[in-house]
Every structure is written in C-alpha cells, then in structure tokens.
Design a binder for this molecule. Sequence first.
Ligand SMILES: C[S@@+](CC[C@H](N)C(=O)[O-])C[C@H]1O[C@@H](n2cnc3c(N)ncnc32)[C@H](O)[C@@H]1O
Length: 213
Amino acid sequence: MYKLSYDPSEYWHERGKFYKKNFHYDDNKRLQEQFLIDYLNGITGSFKSVLELGCGFGRITKLLLTKYDNITEYLAIDISPHQIENAKIYLSSINLSNKVKLDFMVSDIQSLNLDKKYDLVLLSEVLLHILPTEIDSIIKKLITLSKKNIINIDWYDDHPPRKHAPHNFIHQYETIYKKHTEPSTTTIKRIPIKRKKFLGTIDTKQSIFHVVL
Ligand SMILES: C[S@@+](CC[C@H](N)C(=O)[O-])C[C@H]1O[C@@H](n2cnc3c(N)ncnc32)[C@H](O)[C@@H]1O
C-alpha cells in the first residue's frame, strides 16, 4: 500500500533499507540496461569522469564500470545510507583498474554541494521521484554539475495516466532542460526504450534523455 502523501526524504530513507532485498531483475530492467549501453557506446569518447546521482545499490554504477575502461573517476551518491552501504558491497566484487577512482557519498541532490564538474552526470530512475515543485531547481543543479553530458532514464508517456503512485511523476524533461540551458547551443534528445515484438514494438514508457551542453 502506498501512503497518500509523499515525503521524499522519509520515503527513500525507509525504502532504502529493503530496496536491494526486494529488487528483481526483469526483462524491462535488462532492456533498459541494454539501451543505456547501446546509447553510451556512441559517446564513450566524451566521458572520463562520471557523477551518478541516486545510485541506489549500484546497479548502473557496476554496469558502467565493467563496460567502460575509459572512466577514470566515478562519484556515486544517494540520499539513503543503506543504499550506499549496499552499493559499496555490490561494487566490491569487481576488479577495478587502479586508474579508476571510485567514491560514494550519502547526500540528497537538493543539498549537494560539489566544487567540480563531471563529463557525465547520470541519473537512472531518480528524477521521476522528484516533486514537481522541486524539479526545476534540481535540473538547474544538474546543469551546473555537468561539463558536457547529462543523461537521465525516467518514466515518460505522452498520455500520462490519470492516477499514479504518489512517489512517481512524469516531468516534461525536454521543456525544463531547454528552459534552463537557453540560449546556449544545447542538444536535448529523447530515446524511448522500446521492446521489439513480432509485429512492431512495445513502448516500455521509459526514455533515456540526453542533454549535450
Ligand atoms: C528507483 S531507485 C533507482 C536506483 C538506481 N539508480 C537504479 O536505477 O537501480 C531511486 C534511487 O534514488 C534515490 N533518491 C531519491 N531521491 C533522491 C534525492 N533527492 N537525492 C538523492 N538520491 C535520491 C533513492 O534513495 C533510490 O536509491
């Protein structure tokens, strides 16, 4: 049962305690990861330093660090101390080259204060949980933290359902990014994650959003 009101900090501190235990790899997650990798393969030359926000137990962190040896620096951040503890354990099973500096930090994005920028700022299934009242300021912050690329994977539907869980939101990412990057020559792309079927495709209602600053 979902609570009718959603207090993001309280919700994620609590859910973080059980997130990894309750996590199931399903076909949608595998497809999402495949889409992300296929997409990143096209831009590998453009990221050495990565900032991942809302890293959870490190699912995407591990995926990237095992696929891309061009990465030299990776900072993974989450609001939940439990998720960060699990991420440290999950990542300890991979052999990292000593050329890679991997760090973890407990922080929410809202109060995050970093004095550097990263080639790639990445968020997988995080922005959909940001309150509509906060999404603009969060996106402004992502722009200040990125040297070049921002990628977010999130729920997106041109025809949003009338009812949804209180912790999930569809934001108009392209419009919001555009609003906060104009008048620069920023590129904003949406890549819908679609499953091939015998006849046609099925939209998973998730998209990769890529901003090139
Ligand atoms: C649905 S999980 C996704 C985890 C991971 N990115 C993945 O794709 O497997 C959302 C994650 O975002 C974190 N989170 C939610 N709101 C956050 C915020 N404001 N700042 C930092 N992390 C946040 C949660 O604690 C949780 O780990």
